[in-house]
Structures are given as C-alpha cells and as structure tokens.
Design a binder for this molecule. Structure first.
Ligand code: CTP
Ligand code: ZN
Length: 160
C-alpha cells in the first residue's frame, strides 16, 4: 500500500477540492486531461461543475492529471473509451463525499461512433451516414472500413 507516499491530490496537499457526488478520474497521464474532457463531451457550456488538475506530482506516474466531475457518474461505455487515452486511469464514483466504487479502466476490443476516421475517402466520412467503427490494437486503433491505423493522435479523432 502507499500510505507513506503522497500523491499530489492527497489530504496534505490537496490541489483540487473533494467533490460530493460524481466521478473522479484519477491517474490520467500528464497532459491528457483536456482530451478526457473532450471524450466525455464536457466543454463547460452546459454549466457542468468540473475541476481539473494538470501535471500534479504522483507516485504511480511521474506526473498525473485528475478530472473531477460533479453530479455525474460515468457509464461503462464512457469509461471504456477513456481507456484509449488514459490506460492507467482509476475511476472513482463518489457519493456523499465517499468513494463508493473504484475501478481501473479496461480497453474495449472495438469502439463505435466515438472516433472519426482521418481518411477523407473512407465510407464513414462520406455524406451517407455510416457509424464509425475502430478496432482497438495494442498501440492504436484501426478503422474497420478502410483499415487506416492511428497510433499517436487518437485524441484528435474524437467526434465532438
Ligand atoms: N476524491 C474526491 N472527492 C471525494 C473523495 C475522493 O475528489 N469526496 C478524490 C481523491 O482526492 C483522490 C481520488 O478521489 O484523488 C480517490 O480517492 P481515494 O480512494 O480516497 O484516494 P486514494 O486511496 O489515494 O486512491 P488510489 O489508491 O486510487 O490512488
Ligand atoms: Zn476509415
């Protein structure tokens, strides 16, 4: 256990306030927090109460990002997609200030309707609506229609 270590978000050194009810996405790799928000479709325009810590010290990762969304419990589908850009994230469901559920993200085999194919000739990017579909590889994603593989720029494919 890591009781003697201090993530930058512990009680001694809390960078971002605790939330009452909602979801804490913890141990996001440094620099990915905004992509996490993009995947969740959160841009602040709906009045969502969201706190973000970026590049805070962590013992599990050199630096981590943390995203706290008040009043929203993420679905398994949302969590699955998050795994593409935050493979080591911990999802904490909070109710009445207590963490009532904690789980690691799992990478799905396939993601549908979430990413858009970068290939302009792909059937999924044409005028006829065809839902995008990517298989999840060890180190990227592959369009099921045109076989285009994307490795480093997955966040850039997120359909917003
Ligand atoms: N948290 C929060 N609001 C709460 C409860 C917890 O923002 N009401 C945050 C904590 O600050 C922490 C994360 O949710 O970043 C997980 O909380 P907890 O399980 O209590 O912390 P740890 O045991 O340090 O988590 P882990 O072992 O996953 O690192
Ligand atoms: Zn394609």
């Amino acid at each position: 256990d890591d009781h003697d270590h201090h993530d930058g978000d512990d009680d001694h050194e809390l960078r971002v306030s605790k939330i009452r009810d909602g979801t804490v996405i913890d141990h996001v790799h440094g620099g990915q927090a905004l992509n996490v928000l993009a995947i969740l479709g959160i841009d602040g325009s709906e009045g969502e109460e969201v706190s973000v810590g970026m590049n805070v010290p962590s013992d599990r990762l050199a630096r981590k990002d943390i995203v706290k969304v008040e009043g929203r419990e993420l679905s398994q589908d949302e969590v699955d997609v998050l795994s593409l850009i935050a493979p080591d994230a911990t999802i904490n469901i909070v109710r009445e200030y207590d963490v009532i559920e904690k789980h690691r993200v799992e990478r799905p085999d396939v993601v549908e309707g979430v990413l858009s194919c970068p290939n302009t000739g792909c059937i999924t990017t044409g005028d006829e609506p065809v839902t995008s579909r990517f298989s999840v590889l060890e180190d990227g994603v592959r369009c099921s229609y045109c076989e285009t593989i994307v490795r480093d720029e997955i966040a850039g494919l997120i359909d917003t």
